[in-house]
Design a protein around this ligand. Structure first.
Ligand code: OGA
Ligand code: NI
Length: 357
């Protein structure tokens, strides 16, 4: 059923109305979601969740308190919601709607015209599995996706993106531009919240490489055995994510998986591994995953902001020094980090933990 060049898309499995998932999708017992978290993820009654930060009054008068809130959210969670972020709400809706339309309204052969190259990590296009050279015992995610290369502009080629719906490519371009502006503003605020100069993290990252991944999680007959996306932290600097109202994103905090409730106008900010290195561990990348559900397909759009593959990343000089803070992480060439991630698999935060001195 599967050949190397063309892995089976999860959506085509789900369309066959199977009642049990194929064995490759069954997670080992320790990784399975607890039944309480699969049942009605979005209406969970205990209300522990990521912080919500309102950027509306971001002016000289209020900015100090916003920086304090951001610092606290980064220190305690590594993930938070922002509202009044300056990105038009209409654009968030359009992005979700064109993404869903590609998955729902184009048939599988049409989608396969845009297949990514499964032999290269993070290659652009329509795909389903993350790792390269995976072995027979690799557990698969219950997810299909479309990955777009959007920054620097030299990587951006809308001809490689879906031509249906007709406004798809225009929405991606507009969305990409807005997300980059917001990501840079947030990196400034995050730097300032550490008492560093606002450009501190941006300078360490250098030119921003941005990828946009639209993930589609079909309904799953056995959500208690599967994951939409396995436990991981993102590799780059900062991720901005929106989701639909189905819910399924979870963040690991104090030994527990906490569901991120869907907020339609908000954007989820996720600190990624290079920010952890640059801040010398003052802020840790968030460990997160996506669970599946039996009844509804789910859509999310993650926008990753990463350094160039050739960039050397190490703790920012401004944030080390003095006896209290020796460097905690060794220097890494970002491209080597990415290669190791895609070869070994994320397994939570194992890749960054390997850099700890
Ligand atoms: C990711 C990711 C979560 C989600 O794409 O890296 O964490 O909810 N996605 O789709
Ligand atoms: Ni992620």
């Amino acid at each position: 059923m599967e050949d190397v060049g063309r892995p089976v898309r999860v959506q085509s499995l789900a369309q066959n109305r199977i009642s049990t998932v194929p064995p490759q999708y069954i997670q080992p017992p320790d990784n399975r979601p607890k039944s309480s978290s699969t049942a009605a993820a979005s209406t969970s009654s205990h209300s522990r969740t990521i912080p919500l930060i309102d950027l509306l009054h971001f002016d000289h008068f209020h900015s100090q308190s916003i920086r304090r809130e951001i610092g606290r959210a980064c220190r305690e969670w590594g993930a938070f919601h922002v509202i009044n972020h300056g990105v038009p709400i209409r654009l968030l809706k359009d992005m979700r709607s064109v993404g869903l339309s590609f998955f729902n309204d184009c048939d599988i052969p049409e989608k396969l015209k845009y297949s990514c190259d499964p032999n290269f990590a993070a290659s652009e296009g329509y795909g389903t599995r993350m790792l390269v050279n995976q072995s027979d015992d690799t557990v698969l995610d219950w997810r299909d996706y479309f990955d777009h290369h959007t920054f620097p502009l030299s990587r951006r080629n809308p001809l490689r993106w879906p031509h249906y719906p007709p406004n798809y490519r225009q929405v991606i371009e507009e969305y990409s531009d807005h997300m980059k502006v917001l990501a840079e503003e947030l990196l400034d605020l995050i730097s300032e919240s550490l008492g560093a100069k606002s450009s501190c993290i941006k300078e360490a990252v250098g030119e921003i490489y941005q990828n946009i991944t639209v993930s589609y999680y079909p309904p799953c007959p056995q959500p208690e055995l599967t994951l939409g996306l396995q436990d991981h932290s993102d590799m780059g600097a900062i991720t901005l994510l929106i989701q639909d109202d189905t819910g399924g994103l979870q963040v690991y905090k104090d030994g527990e998986w906490v569901t991120v409730q869907p907020l339609s106008d908000a954007i989820v900010v996720i600190l990624a591994d290079q920010t952890e290195i640059i801040t010398n561990g003052a802020y840790r990348s968030a460990q997160h995953r996506a669970i599946t559900n039996a009844n509804k397909a789910r859509l999310s759009v993650a926008t990753f902001h990463d350094p160039a593959k050739t960039r050397k990343i190490s703790p920012a000089l401004e944030l080390i020094g003095g006896e209290s803070s020796l460097p905690q992480y060794g220097e890494v060439v970002y491209g080597d980090y990415v290669t190791s991630w895609y070869t070994k698999g994320p397994e939570g935060k194992r890749n960054i933990d390997a850099l700890l001195l």
